[in-house]
Design a protein around this ligand. Structure first.
Ligand SMILES: [Zn+2]
Ligand SMILES: [Zn+2]
Ligand SMILES: [Zn+2]
Length: 283
């Protein structure tokens, strides 16, 4: 039995049967929705997928003709999507608490991969879907927007309501594997980009932001678009914005400087050993 929940715990689910494959998806929609370098999903047959609580709270955002992105309206974490009559419940693996036993078998939409992420493993890669899915998908950068100010780096949520930009170079980009980041991003790990608060500006949709603060944590919180659930920037300290890098529309130039909290990494996640690594917080 596998169990999972959003970051705040309002929405929880369990899986009491075998999983379908696990795949990493690098498409621009997954990156924006999760705010991460890529998303990792598995599938469970409908008869083996059960909501434990909070099903009535789930917000359903229609991201494409047949795509739904479900999220928690309190904390913004992604939660499973179970299309009516569909063969599988699509489960974001970052929200599953236990080791699923099986490991990711492919990378999807590598043709749309973030420029700041290097894939560290030998798992088979596909530009779009793997051929056995016979989908005539094309790599897409949707929705990519140019920054309003020349030279700035822009970002936005999946639905486009929230847009922002920042000037200059980020102060730091880091991959965090802690269990809170994994549940907040609903992904293998978070890639956070830190920029000075005075270099950052909202361009639209600030009223559509929801901020969630974890009750037991001193600084850990999330911000997300209330309409589409995309992870969004938030003030980390009075003078620093923390940006979930997946929501950027442009290449910020910076690359991850380190992996942190690697002792807490997901069992199925491969840490890029080419970067400096810290088992917990860097000293
Ligand atoms: Zn929640
Ligand atoms: Zn995707
Ligand atoms: Zn949005």
């Amino acid at each position: 039995m596998l169990t999972g929940s959003c970051l705040c715990g309002d929405i929880a689910f369990e899986i009491d049967g075998p999983l379908d494959l696990i795949a990493h998806c690098h498409c621009s929609m997954c990156r924006k929705f999760h705010g991460a370098a890529f998303a990792t999903y598995t599938g469970a047959a409908p008869e083996h997928f059960h909501w434990r609580q909070g099903e009535d709270k789930v917000v359903h955002y229609r991201s494409s003709a047949n795509g739904w992105r479900n999220f928690c309206p309190r904390c913004g974490a992604a939660v499973p999507a179970c299309p009516e009559g569909g063969p599988f419940a699509a489960v974001p693996l970052g929200n599953v608490a236990e080791d699923p036993g099986i490991r990711p078998s492919s990378h999807w939409f590598v043709g749309s991969k973030a420029p700041w992420h290097d894939i560290p493993d030998d798992v088979p890669r596909h530009d779009t879907y793997p051929p056995e899915f016979a989908a005539d998908a094309v790599a897409t950068d949707f929705p990519r927007r140019a920054a309003a100010t020349p030279g700035a780096t822009g970002g936005s949520c999946l639905c486009g309501a929230v847009t922002f930009e920042f000037d200059g170079q980020p102060e730091l980009m880091v991959n965090c594997h802690c269990s809170r980041c994994r549940r907040a991003m609903s992904a293998a790990f978070a890639t956070m980009t830190m920029v000075p608060a005075d270099a950052f500006r909202w361009l639209s949709g600030e009223d559509d932001l929801v901020n969630y603060k974890m009750p037991e944590a001193k600084v850990k919180g999330t911000a997300f678009c209330r309409l589409c659930g995309s992870q969004m920037p938030r003030l980390r300290t009075v003078d620093q914005m923390q940006i979930p890098t997946g929501c950027l529309d442009g290449d910020p130039g910076a690359r991850p400087a380190a992996n942190i909290f690697t002792a807490s990494k997901a069992a199925w996640s491969v840490v890029d050993e080419r970067l400096p690594g810290f088992p917990d917080a860097p000293v």
